[in-house]
Ligand binder design. Structure first.
Ligand SMILES: *Cc1c(COP(=O)(O)O)cnc(C)c1O
Ligand code: SF4
Length: 411
């Protein structure tokens, strides 16, 4: 059945936690302290399937379980296939390893001159500032280190990373990620952003964060002031399904946008969650309504125990085909595969080009209609060539007729 939603409504309210005072609910500290992190806590709110029970027990040695009450409310507790549920509640599939999978599937550790700083591209670095998140995505690319369930023991070395960036004038773009940078305190973020801004060759600073989605309460006016002070700071949020687009997320995006933070979105293509053109179309439309520009759709990285999430690349291409031309150009993200082993992000997009020669380009549009664009110019036989020596007649300006200006009317 095609995905259907009520476009006029935005989920809001405290759901299962209706009895909690609003001051607690709206406090990010309260949300973090009251996360669901154990099987026992989860069982208070829903009945886990056998698959989930096994996955939760295994999570302790793979990637911790943690779900904020705010995000838990978005789960359909009667549907084991709920697209929100599958993102954050572990399933037995996590125990299933496949030959092609790797702990560090993007070869990040090899490209790290300083622990937590990945310098893969010529002009930009990825700066991992923490290994903690507000909730944990079961398909996380950095499962090896995030939440420290695998005893990776990541200790961010902020000073060493800052020193490396300062010593490398080719680094003009710094991307703060992790873990989730917005779990750092305001003071720490203020310091990091200020120190980066003070490096003259750092032109572009951005933050990758899922906090607006898991914990919109963290996007406080004080935090927005810090972004304003050190701006422009760009931000990529991470929304996978239209049901994550709530009133609280929309409000958080508005606070960020009003603080001058341009917003993009990164989604991961996940089997049975969002590998569907109708779901993705609903998502990108909601994103635009929240002032967020869809940036990337990622093919899932080859992380250990991730096979149950892996979508078919042809589905991804089909999704872009269903968007391009059929809807607002701003709504169409780039579909990319982050090359296994560490080759960077490579666009995998539908092909519109049919043929290209010295004479012409042949291509088709979103409806499948074919077009030809000539590359060689063919002069018309017998056409008059303008005589450059002939005196030019002065072109008189058309006479302007002054429009009467309406007098302001006072009521
Ligand atoms: C994704 C990524 C970036 C940023 O890539 P953009 O295409 O500029 O968004 C930078 N460094 C690393 C290591 C990355 O994985
Ligand atoms: S928020 Fe990002 S870093 Fe954290 S678990 Fe999810 S995907 Fe991984």
């Amino acid at each position: 059945m095609p995905y259907k939603e009520d476009r006029a409504t935005w989920y809001e309210g405290q759901g299962l936690w209706a009895d909690v005072p609003a001051s607690d609910w709206n406090s990010w500290g309260w949300q973090l302290r009251n996360r669901i992190t154990t099987l026992e806590q989860l069982e208070r709110y829903l009945t886990p399937t056998r698959e989930e029970r096994a996955g939760i027990l295994f999570a302790k040695q793979k990637l911790s379980l943690a779900i904020t009450p705010y995000f838990f409310n978005l789960i359909d507790r009667d549907d084991p296939d709920c697209p929100i549920r599958k993102q954050v509640i572990p399933r037995a599939g996590e125990m299933q390893l496949a030959e092609e999978e790797m702990l560090d599937s993007l070869g990040e550790d090899e490209h790290s001159p300083v622990p937590g700083l990945v310098h893969r591209y010529p002009d930009r670095v990825l700066f991992l500032v923490t290994d903690r998140c507000a909730s944990y995505c079961r398909y996380c690319t950095r499962s090896r280190m995030v939440s420290n369930a695998q005893h990776y023991d990541f200790h961010p070395q902020h000073e060493a990373a800052l020193a490396y960036i300062a010593a490398h004038p080719e680094v003009r773009d710094v991307l703060l990620s992790g873990g989730d940078p917005l779990l750092l305190s305001d003071g720490k973020l203020d310091m990091l952003l200020g120190r980066l801004r003070a490096i003259p060759h750092v032109e572009f600073i951005r933050i990758g964060s899922r906090i607006p989605v898991f914990l919109p309460q963290r996007v406080t006016p004080e935090l927005c002031e810090i972004f304003k002070k050190h701006g422009p700071i760009w931000m990529s949020i991470h929304v996978n399904h239209p049901r994550e687009c709530t009133q609280a997320l929309k409000d958080a995006c508005e606070r960020l946008a009003f603080a001058g933070v341009p917003l993009g979105n990164q989604s991961v293509l996940l089997r049975g969650i969002n590998d569907d053109p109708e779901v993705m179309k609903a998502l990108v439309h909601r994103l635009l309504r929240m002032r967020v520009r869809p940036y990337y759709i990622y093919q899932m990285d080859l992380i250990t125990g991730g096979a149950h999430f892996k979508a078919d690349v042809r589905r991804g291409i089909e999704i872009i085909e269903a968007l391009r031309g059929h809807t607002t150009g701003y709504a169409v993200p780039q579909y990319v595969i982050d090359a296994p082993g560490g080759g960077g992000k490579v666009p995998i997009n539908p092909e519109y080009l049919d043929k290209i020669t010295d004479e012409e380009v042949v291509f088709h549009n979103f409806e499948g209609r074919r077009f030809r664009y000539p590359l060689k110019s063919t002069p018309l036989v017998g056409a008059r060539v303008p005589d450059e020596a002939a005196p030019q007649k002065p072109v008189s300006e058309p006479e302007r007729v002054a429009e009467p200006i309406a007098e302001p009317v006072s009521v």
